[in-house]
Design a protein around this ligand. Sequence first.
Ligand code: ATP
Ligand code: MG
Length: 425
Amino acid sequence: MVELNKFKFSMKYSQLFGKTSKSIQADADSANAKLLTQGGFVAKQMAGVYNYLPLGLRVLTKIQNIVREEMNAVGGNEILMPAMTQEASYVQTGRDNMDVLFHLQGRDESELVLNPTHEEVVTPLAQKYIFSYRDLPMAVYQIQNKFRNEPRAKSGLLRGREFNMKDMYSFHVSQEDLDAFYNEKMIPAYEKIYQRLGIGNETILTSASGGAFSRYSHEFQTLCDIGEDTVYLCEKCGQAINKEIMEEVTGCLNDKCLNPKDNLVERKAIEVGNIFKLAARFSEAFDFKYADSEGKEQLVQMGCYGIGPSRLMGALVEVFHDDKGIIWPKSVAPYAVHLVSLGADDNVNEEAAKLYEKLTGKGIEVLWDDRDASAGAKLADADLIGIPTRLVLSKKTLAEDSVEVKERNEKDAEMVKLSDILKKI
Ligand code: ATP
Ligand code: MG
């Protein structure tokens, strides 16, 4: 199988574009903004707009690939839609007055917008290829940057004006088919994504307002004090309700639980995903119909499913860090191993080069700090960058034919014989 997004495998730190920096940007208002900037993962362009440097792009791409695998597993077809669109499509759905829309003008004075989401693009697109019940169900998705003129871009990657989103859209013959896909495929697929990202335990299925389309939509909320959302968590069944709809409810909305309202616990959370039953909201606007088995025209039923890889990258840092830096989950860490060679000693450097080749040859992604810098600086950088396993090679460890191994999330290091290192990792 052809592997998508194959990176340059291992890397010498001296060759890496974008190094650590201790000078914190003035508005680092959150752990993710501070640590991702200091660690050389991202560089701020302007409020809510970031450059991704090689380390940051590796993390973002790994998050995207986990999302991509789970969308493919439920039968999603990956496509790529344009970032800009004619404003007329938004007039057609009545959404041209949305306050987050960025407006542009073409040379011919045509009115254009940067898409904040893609219902206005995907619905007429699907209409070109779906005609009959035989063409349904169908699901398409993309992983792309979205643009929103947010009133308050803040908290690093958590709220951007340009940010990355995976958005999937599903098309169905009936409300029942949409319900089944939504409940049996999409909710479990999203849960799997958060588990693989290491935040399965703190990410809660949350009922939220459904807008015009259905009674409730579902958000996935990662419990975290920096989150902008307030949710009411049912500690009995592990589901939650967004504060914005609390007035309408009498208790937990999980019909197998129904824990009364007073028992729910208020928590702050980051919205990391949102799934909606659109039903016929957009198919009606574009007159998107299919012919049923009797040849009768029916409106297509739609669902939409968003998740924010860039916000997730920020959320992971918020959940997984300490006072020294980031602690990446293995599944998305930029590299698996941070090899640190200490002292400008030819023998140490030769042994480090051998170890670097050996690990890389076995398919282990290694970042080798090969710089001529102090032990203190190199070890502090390794903690800041947050790669799961640190290997330190020095004259002292070589005297024992060993390398010092330390996991980023553990306190103590351990000496391991060089001949045993592959087994250890
Ligand atoms: P919010 O309530 O936080 O503004 P939203 O409900 O408007 O978000 P959706 O349209 O549901 O967002 O977008 C789907 C997903 O895209 C969200 O769950 C989130 O993960 C991500 N996302 C939305 N807005 C932003 C943003 N400004 N910056 C980064 N990620 C975002
Ligand atoms: Mg949302």
